[in-house]
Design a protein around this ligand. Structure first.
Ligand code: E4P
Length: 224
């Protein structure tokens, strides 16, 4: 399963990239607004920091303008995935950009029917928003199960990119269902490491070790 980070904070991205566990980045206009810096400049820096796909969203809503923006964004780097909303015009733009060889991430997906359309339009990624469905009392992860089943039935190449993740449980459920990618907020990505028994166990090991008065590097007895 691939891990993308869902942020436009370049410092966060560089820090998480240093773990070697980062396979890509997703941004959206809200995250870019939060970054408070020129859009293309931020995207350039992210593309330099990460080898994998970097999703950059168009802000136009009609197909002609979406294509112009998408082509402009795609010129930034080979690893740009142009992000388009799941609308009629968005899927027209998806088809055209995919046919030109540009990666496309279709975003704001809230139903299996929408995901089926995106796959037929040649999307590289479909982004179902699980947290926002949970927020309105609908089981977001059920949508992931439906999409994985449909894509498997027809061998669609479109990758299921689980978005709007709220906590580690979403990531684990997505992995159990065989989703291709999870795009994870930095705070949740860091939560994945944590377990109180790990902290407790490590503290006990270190306390016992300290009592021995030894250091590993100070012990030359077994060294060649
Ligand atoms: C995905 O590409 C979106 O940027 C993101 O996951 C949306 O998450 P939110 O619902 O927390 O805003």
């Amino acid at each position: 399963m691939k891990f993308f980070v869902d942020t436009a904070d370049v410092a966060e991205i560089k820090d998480l990239a240093s773990t070697g566990l980062l396979d890509g980045v997703t941004t959206n206009p809200s995250l870019m607004a939060k970054a408070g810096r020129p859009y293309l400049e931020v995207l350039r820096e992210i593309c330099e920091a990460v080898d994998g796909p970097v999703s950059a969203e168009v802000t136009a809503t009609d197909v002609k303008a979406m294509l112009a923006e998408g082509r402009h964004l795609a010129k930034i780097s080979d690893n740009i995935a142009v992000k388009v909303p799941l609308t009629v015009d968005g899927l027209k733009a998806c088809k055209a950009l995919s046919d030109e060889g540009t990666m496309v991430n279709v975003t704001l997906c809230f139903s299996a029917a929408q995901a089926l359309l995106a796959a037929k339009a040649g999307a590289t990624f479909i982004s179902p928003f699980v947290g926002r469905l949970d927020d309105i009392g609908v089981d977001g992860m059920h949508l992931i199960a439906e999409i994985v089943e449909i894509y498997t039935n027809y061998d669609f190449a479109t990758e299921v990119l689980v978005a709007s993740i709220r906590g580690p449980a979403h990531v684990v459920e997505a992995a159990k269902m065989g989703a291709d990618v999870a795009t994870i907020p930095p705070a949740v990505l860091r939560q994945l490491y944590a377990h109180p028994l790990t902290d407790k166990g490590l503290a006990a090991f270190l306390a016992d070790w300290e009592k021995t008065g030894q250091t590993i590097l100070g012990d030359k007895s077994g060294a060649a």
